[in-house]
Design a protein around this ligand. Structure first.
Ligand SMILES: Nc1ncnc2c1ncn2[C@@H]1O[C@H](COP(=O)(O)OP(=O)(O)O)[C@@H](O)[C@H]1O
Ligand SMILES: [Mg+2]
Length: 415
């Protein structure tokens, strides 16, 4: 073989080797790339799993913290409820709890100093009696329920014939609340409490409802008998809380209907029940005395029995303005007839003057009953219009029902 042949051969060989090599290489590269893809995939999956485990760990750690806190909370000793008696100059407080004696204790730092006032209800640590927190004052649900939030649908237009009394009531109750400056300038003290006095059914409660409807002030309504409680001291506590609520919500008007059930004369000989009623009355007197007349709380009382009221209630500075609600006169009866027939379909010939003349001595409640009766007569005969005849029979019926009505019933005991 000559040199040329050898070179040619070696060139061929090297070409062959190169092509073989590149073939093998590309095969290898492909398989490696394949492997790489798989590995990348695995890595991604592992990364995802790691993230999941990490969040799970965070969640469980939070849960552990929560459970530990819950455990601490459940293990924490009970707190005792007490009252602050006094605040000492060095910041310590004198507390009284149900355990008996008064204690001088420290208050926790996080309590705002303004909340530490004499009389506040506080929670005390069981061992050290340190003040741990100030509690909101407790109000009986009966008391909080007495506030009228929805205005009664009664306006002064629904009250017949008591214009003078209405004006007087507004003057005595609303003006001092809404224009206190005027009273200050004139230099007189407005009355603190107003007592509505009159026979039953003459519109005392109605008048109070009309005030409640019109006033901007909070209206708190109570029936006297609700203040008479079974247990000793309960009635007095209710009265106290009632006025506390009134002061919190001021300007406000407190209306005590049927005042005689708590305000009856105090007797020498009394059962324990009577004594409890008297305690309630005494608390009421104390509350009446307790705030100044220009303060933002006004009181309206109503009673059918002024004769049995304790004189102490009527002293100046208490219920010092008495508004008498009389049995309606002729004009007033006509107006009341018109008010109660406003929504009725009465025949054009119904003469309210004649009707009013017939029922001398009846009250607004009677007239209301007469109008309802007249409507019933019409319905019984399947008429849609109420006639003068219906009204006539209704007046007879209501007048005839109660023999007491024709006589003077002022001394009688009303329900
Ligand atoms: N002056 C009046 N004008 C219109 N309706 C009256 C009047 N007085 C009484 N009534 C009617 O009699 C009902 C009972 O009156 P009320 O105010 O409860 O009497 P009391 O004086 O016993 O509180 C009222 O709901 C109303 O329908
Ligand atoms: Mg009433």
């Amino acid at each position: 073989m000559d040199d040329d042949q050898i070179r040619e051969f070696s060139e061929k060989m090297s070409e062959r080797i190169a092509s073989l090599f590149s073939e093998k290489m590309s095969e290898r590269i492909a398989s490696l790339e394949d492997k790489n893809d798989k590995l990348l995939e695995t890595a991604r999956r592992a990364e995802g799993e790691k993230r999941y485990v990490e969040t799970e760990l965070g969640r469980l750690q939070k849960e552990i913290r929560r459970l530990k806190q819950e455990l601490v909370r459940l293990k924490s000793p009970p707190l005792i409820i007490g009252n602050i008696r006094d605040i000492l100059a060095d910041g310590r407080v004198v507390v009284k709890s149900s355990t008996g004696p008064d204690f001088i204790v420290n208050a926790a730092d996080y309590i705002t100093k303004e909340n530490l006032v004499v009389g506040a209800r506080v929670a005390l640590n069981k061992q050290t009696l340190a003040v741990m927190g100030v509690l909101p004052p407790s109000l009986d649900p009966i008391v909080t329920g007495a506030e009228i939030i929805e205005k009664p649908p009664v306006t002064f237009d629904d009250v017949g014939g008591l214009e003078g009394q209405m004006r007087e009531l507004r003057e005595a109750v609303e003006d001092p609340l809404l224009k206190p400056d005027l009273y200050r300038k004139v230099g007189i003290e407005p009355p603190k409490g107003v007592l509505l006095v009159g026979p039953p059914g003459t519109g005392k409660t109605l008048l109070a409802k009309a005030v409640a409807n019109r006033t901007q002030a909070t209206f708190i309504r109570f029936v006297g008998s609700e203040l008479v409680q079974k247990y000793i001291g309960e009635g007095a506590r209710l009265v106290r809380e009632l006025f506390q609520l009134a002061r919190e919500k001021s300007p406000s008007i407190v209306f005590i209907d049927e005042l005689d059930s708590v305000g009856a004369k105090r007797l020498e000989i009394a059962t324990s029940g009577d004594r409890e009623v008297q305690r309630t009355l005494m608390q009421l007197l104390a509350e009446l005395d307790g705030f100044n007349p220009l303060g933002e709380v006004k009181i309206i009382g109503a009673t059918n029995r002024p004769d049995i009221l304790d004189e102490a209630l009527l002293r100046p500075g208490r219920f010092d303005r008495i508004i008498e609600i009389p049995i309606p006169g002729h004009e007033a009866r006509m107006t009341i007839f018109k008010i109660h027939t406003r929504k009725m379909s009465a025949a054009p010939d119904v003469d309210y003057g004649v009707l009013a003349a017939r029922c001398e001595g009846t009250t607004g409640a009677d007239i209301h009953a007469m109008c309802t009766e007249a409507g019933m007569f019409a319905i019984r005969e399947e008429r849609e219009v109420v006639t003068m005849g219906d009204f006539g029979r209704a007046v007879d019926k209501v007048l005839g029902e109660s023999p007491m009505r024709s006589t003077d019933a002022s001394g009688a005991m009303y329900a």
